[in-house]
Design a protein around this ligand. Structure first.
Ligand code: NAP
Length: 354
């Protein structure tokens, strides 16, 4: 069984490759910079995988038909994690990588007659949010995407357009959509990439940039540890007849205020106590200088919300596959400890180079 993974070099992709190769699963990583394979192999080994089972397939989500030079070997599944992630992305670039790229990956899976596991995001299950953006119904052609891009920002809008269009185009094929919450560090060692949104939140807290809590007492930022998400994706690849959509989200994630207190306690810093309305904060952060000063972008605030999610399709899948959600306080402490350790290492390196 050979799997093709896009986004293998990313934070989730690296952990997924480690999990899959540890059980001797051959993995082909679609890489736009295949010369980085040696680095990826070293990372996968460090994360407990077996890089002997990992190879690269040169390809680019931005290129027509993924820029593949020949046909890939027969595949048993394609996992699509690759995406252009960032705030204030130009709509055209986000659409090219995240929408056209996803459609090209979906065509490849269809051509190979294999399962597509594609990774969207938990906000695709926030019905009130979808309605506010003007997303109603399943036909992508009936949605005013320009309005969605204006309201949600290009990253989130392009992820939504990709998911809704892939579902529509592959209606009768074998696909599973995994919808992760914001990704937290590894549940045991806290490994968390500095480019991850939760890392930015921890960094802001550590540096005293988070003077108030965005939203009210009921607001939360749903999380999922990276290793639990990798386990969910692994089972989504393999189980017969999985649900169409699986929410990778721990409903036991504390609300934002207790979550920040817990992280602050591990960091040894003060947690903010006062709430601040999100619409007002989003308005203020439209000023780029203020957003830079606060190290927060208005688009990032959408993910902090009071909505609770329907897990009626996901819970039986987790029970069937034996995936357990580790206690979230443990995950948050591990992520904060990892931040402290890697931050200490960075300052030591800086001092050493002086
Ligand atoms: N992290 C989260 O909190 C979160 C939450 C919900 C959903 N998701 C979704 O989960 C997926 C993975 O997230 P992540 O946090 O692991 O992302 P990440 O660390 O930012 O990694 C992105 C990956 O996409 C690849 N990529 C970007 N542009 C590409 C292109 N043109 N051609 C080929 N590959 C390209 C990157 O490869 P290079 O090494 O070449 O740059 C990298 O491997 C994304 O689809 C994201 O939207 C993430």
């Amino acid at each position: 069984m050979t799997l093709l993974i896009t986004g293998a070099t990313g934070f989730i992709g690296r952990h997924l490759c480690a999990r899959l190769t540890a059980r001797e699963q051959p993995v082909l990583a679609l890489m736009r910079h295949p010369q980085a394979l040696a680095k990826l192999r070293a990372t996968v080994d460090r994360l407990g995988g077996n890089s002997h089972y990992l190879d690269a397939l040169p390809g680019d989500l931005d290129a027509p038909d993924l820029g593949l030079t020949g046909s890939p070997p027969p595949l048993d599944a394609v996992v699509h994690l690759g995406a252009r992630f960032g705030w204030r992305l130009p709509a055209e670039a986000a659409r090219r990588t995240n929408v056209s790229g996803s459609l090209a990956v979906a065509r490849l899976a269809r051509h190979q007659h294999c399962r597509l596991v594609f990774i969207s995001g938990f906000m695709l299950e926030n019905q009130r949010h979808l309605k506010r953006l003007g997303i109603d119904g399943e036909d992508p052609a009936a949605i005013d995407w320009q309005r969605v891009y204006r309201r949600a920002g290009a990253y989130e809008a392009s992820k939504m357009e990709a998911a809704i269009t892939v579902r529509w185009r592959l209606r009768n094929e074998d696909w599973v959509e995994v919808q992760p919450a914001t990704v937290a560090g590894h549940s045991l060692n806290g490994d968390l990439d500095p480019a991850q949104p939760l890392h930015t939140l921890i960094d802001n807290l550590a540096r005293g940039r988070l003077a108030m809590i965005p939203g009210g007492p009921g607001h939360w930022l749903p999380l999922i540890p990276v290793d639990t998400l990798a386990a969910i994706i692994d089972h989504a690849i393999r189980v017969p007849a999985p649900p169409r959509r699986i929410l990778g989200l721990d409903p036991g994630t504390p609300n934002l205020k207790p979550m920040l207190s817990l992280i602050a306690e591990t960091l040894g810093c003060r947690a903010p106590g006062l709430h601040f309305p999100i619409p007002l904060l989003a308005h203020l952060l439209r000023l780029p200088a203020l957003a830079r000063f606060a190290n927060t972008e208005p688009e990032a605030l959408h993910f902090i919300q009071p909505e609770r999610f329907d897990l009626s399709a996901t819970t039986p899948f987790l029970e069937r596959t034996g995936v357990r959600l580790p206690p979230m306080p443990q995950v948050l402490r591990a992520s904060a400890r990892h931040y402290l350790e890697s931050h200490g290492r960075t300052s030591e390196k800086r001092q050493g180079s002086r």
